[in-house]
Structure formats: C-alpha cells, structure tokens
Design a protein around this ligand. Sequence first.
Ligand SMILES: Nc1ncnc2c1ncn2[C@@H]1O[C@H](COP(=O)(O)OP(=O)(O)OP(=O)(O)O)[C@@H](O)[C@H]1O
Length: 541
Amino acid sequence: MDRRPLPRILSSGSASITRSREIARTAADNATDVLHPLITVTRGLRLLAGAGRQRWAATPRDRRGHVLFLVAACVLVVALIPYGPLLALITVMGAAAWRGRARNPAKTGPDETETARLQALYEALVPHFSVSDDPSPLFSHGGDWEKAFGTSFAFDADGRPTRLQVNYPAYFDDGDPASRARVEQVLHAKSGRNREYHFSWDEESNHLLMTVLAALPTTIAAQRFVTAPGETVLGFTDADAVPRTVPVQDGDGTRDASPVIWRTGARSAEPHLLIAGHPGSGTTTLMRSLALQALQHGDILVVEGGGTGEYGFLTGRDGVLAVECGLGGALATLEWAAHETERRLIAANRARQAGHPEPEDIKRPLWILLDRPSALGHLAAADGRQDPQELLQVPLRHGRAAGVTVVVADQFDSLDALTETVRTHTRARAVLGPADRDQVEAVLGVQPHTTPVTEVPPGRGYARLGNGPVMRLQVPSTPDPHDDATSEAQRQAVLGLLPGGGPAEERAAPEASPEAAPETVDEPVPEHLDRLVKTPAVAEG
Ligand SMILES: Nc1ncnc2c1ncn2[C@@H]1O[C@H](COP(=O)(O)OP(=O)(O)OP(=O)(O)O)[C@@H](O)[C@H]1O
C-alpha cells in the first residue's frame, strides 16, 4: 500500500512555522522591554496595596477611626498645597517602582558551564548505570542528562555542583557497597576534589542524592558543657546527625551546637573508647578534653606512652590519681586499677547480697586514660616485662559494672599492637585527622558516610558509638596549658576547668583522694595500691 503524503502544513510548512515562532518571540521580547517600567510599577503598586491591606487588617478596630482621620487629613493637606497631587503621584510611583523591582531575577535553569558539567557527570556515570541489553537506557553515551538528573541540582559560585540528585535504573546493584563506592568515587572526582561529599542512597525510589557538606566549625574551645552525669562530649557534629543540642560559648557569643555525646557507666552499651589517628591529628587533645570532663564527677589515672609530658598540667590536681609516663609506674598504676575494679565489683556484690544500696566509695567513676600504650608495650617487650595492656583486661571486661571507664588512644600504624581485649571492649570509636576510607573502616567497622578529605584541621574526624551511625566529629580545642604555643587566654580557660587544687609544686604533701583510698574495703591494702596511694601523682621521666 502506498504511503499517504503528509499534509502540506506538516511537511513544507515547518520552516514557515519556525519563522513565525521566532517573529512572535522577538515581538514578545521587545514588548516586554518597552513595557518593563510599567510592569515594575504595576507590580510595586500591587505589593504596596497588599502591604496596606495587611496593615489595615492588623490595626485594632477601635483605632481604625484615628487612622482614617489621619489619612484623610494627609489627603486634604496634599490636595491644598501647590503641586501637592502631582508630587504625591510622583512619590507613589517612585515607591511602587522601588518596591516592584525584581531583586533576584529568578534563575530558570543551568547556564552553559553548568550544563557542560552536568553532561560530563552524566557521561562519566554511563558505564556504571547501563547494560547493553536495556531497550530504553536512562544512561547512554550522548543521552539526555535531564532524564537522569531532573531539576534537582545546585552549583556554588565556582560552578561546581553542591547538590545533585541522580535517578538510576532499578537494575543497578545499590545494595553492593563496592558498586556504590565506584559511583561515589566518580561523582566525587568529577564534582571537584577536596570537598566533603555526603551520599544518600534511596533504594526504594532508585535515587542517589549527593550533597557537599560545609566544614564543621573549629571555633568551639574547651568549656563546661551542659551534660548530665555519665555523659561526655566527644566533640561536635552535623545538626541532623544527633537529636539534641547544647548551648556553647563560641567566640564572643553563645549558640546551640550538636554534640556527640558518649554515655559511660553501668547502663552504657559502649563503656570504653578507642581513639585512632596519625601523629598530630589531635588524639592527645581529645584525651585532655575527656580528662577535664571526667574530673567533674570522677577520678582519673593517666598513662602516657609517648612520654611527651602533655598531661603534666594534671599532675597533683584534685581527682588526678596518677600521671605516669614510665613503664614501671604505668604497670603499677594499671595493676592498682585492675585491683580497684575488682574491689568495686566485690563491694557492689556484697551490698547487693545484703540488700544495701551501693556503698558511697564505689560510686565515683574512675577513668583510665591510656595514650599510646603500644609504645609502652614495645618497651616492656624489650625489657622482658608484662605489656601494660594486659592489665587492662579486668577494667575493660568488668569496668562497666564497677564504674570504671577505659580510653585508649593510639596511632594508625600501631593499631596492630593493641590486644584483642582492647579491640573487643572499646565499642565507642573515634578516628581523627586525615584518613582514607579503609583506615576509617578499620577503626569504625564501616566505611565513612562522607568522602574523607585530605586536608583537615586537627581534631577533625569521625565517631561511632557501638553499631550506631558514623558521625562527623570536631573535637573542642583543648590545648596543653604548659605548651609555649598556647595563648594566655586558652591556658586560663583550660586551667579554669580543673577542679580545685593547684599544681603539685604548689601543694603541700599530696594525698590520694578519699575515693581512691582502699581503707574502706575489708581486705588488706595490696602493696602496689599502698604505693600508689602514698604517691598519687608519680611521673617517671
Ligand atoms: N580540636 C582541636 N582544635 C584545635 N587545635 C587542635 C585540636 N586538636 C589538636 N590541635 C592542635 O594540633 C596539634 C597536635 O595536637 P595533639 O598533640 O593533640 O595531636 P596528637 O594526635 O596527640 O599528636 P602527637 O601524638 O604527635 O602529640 C597541637 O598543636 C594542638 O593544639
């Protein structure tokens, strides 16, 4: 059968239709240009009238008479003065033109550079989101990016995407972490490196939302945080990552910030913490911040494997039972801590059996802060002595019930030296400083939810409590008051957080805190404990 010819209007007439459309569009553009002032004034008059109506509606009924009278008087005055009506008209038109001006001309779509960027992103995703036998592929080389990205995108001033929603085909294996990681890597690389990206996969709707996260502020310094006993602030995170805020002093003002709160004690599911990072990433600073918070309600023992004396300012302060840098002191202190944990457990058990409330002398939390235990383990091995970490077994296993909290900090390259017990029982985790995805995963157990950046300020990283979500983290600045680089204001701020009692040299005959004293227990004082109680702040060089 012969194919019927197309109607003339659809075949030969298409050129004339296109021309007519162009003429109509040009005429419309010219008319818009000519009428623009009129449009602006009309829009302004409409806005002014709307504002007047609102004011009238907001005026109480009993005052409307006065307002009417005032308006009528103004009209009369304007009508009587020479050129009054003309001046009034000019004024009203001027006000309307000012009010009606388009302040932010609405952007109707991506510009040329942005379009090119979207097309490039689309092309880069084609190998990941297409298969050869898809009859109508969403992603194909030279295909339409608008179908894949829709209108859900935003760009920064440099033309780099800050937000992009990608619609992907249902057959893409979005449950496979490796497939996801490949797509995330492509988007990250093509959208601009050294920014932190967050990827949110909506597996039900086959959407991937990429957003660029602003850096967490680094301006919050050590201070008294508004927390309940048993709660410790590890640092601050994104507002949508935690359900709660606390007021903080930030610079000269106060604002609400979103804290990463770690709960310790008998009801905690993550009673002990492991911190990892590269040298200089801020692990010691986080330890210092924890020590200052712990001292509010408890006692602390500090064992410093690095031997840099960065906890020296704690020596001899109230609640600081020991600050140890040497192997011998560390072993004695940790042995005491193990016995103290047992003592607390026995006392709690006895009280429970007798139907009595918990004795007062086991209520005060005890914190064991161990910075770089791997260095001490190395020394111990060379010396043929016990690894101090072995003495952590009892506090780690039974500390929760005994009110004993252990915090261990070490560097990435020494994490292998941590014992199985330390790794198993430190269920709260923090990673600080620049770290790649694998390093973060090795500590937190899962990949980070954002793309780690290579340049981060000290104290910046991720935290994860047990099996909870990974959170970005910025540790409050808590410098060493004895460091020459610390300003006087910072020094005073940190020292001001210490409980009463001056440094060791300012204090006469240091005594152990009563809570640490073993006399409350029926058992005889073990020798190592006796030694510690008599010399509470031993710092071996
Ligand atoms: N949260 C923070 N805010 C501001 N500055 C910080 C923060 N954390 C660390 N710093 C600064 O970074 C430097 C290194 O910090 P810190 O000593 O805590 O790191 P580290 O990981 O313990 O490294 P190292 O083991 O080499 O001592 C210090 O100058 C410290 O003041």
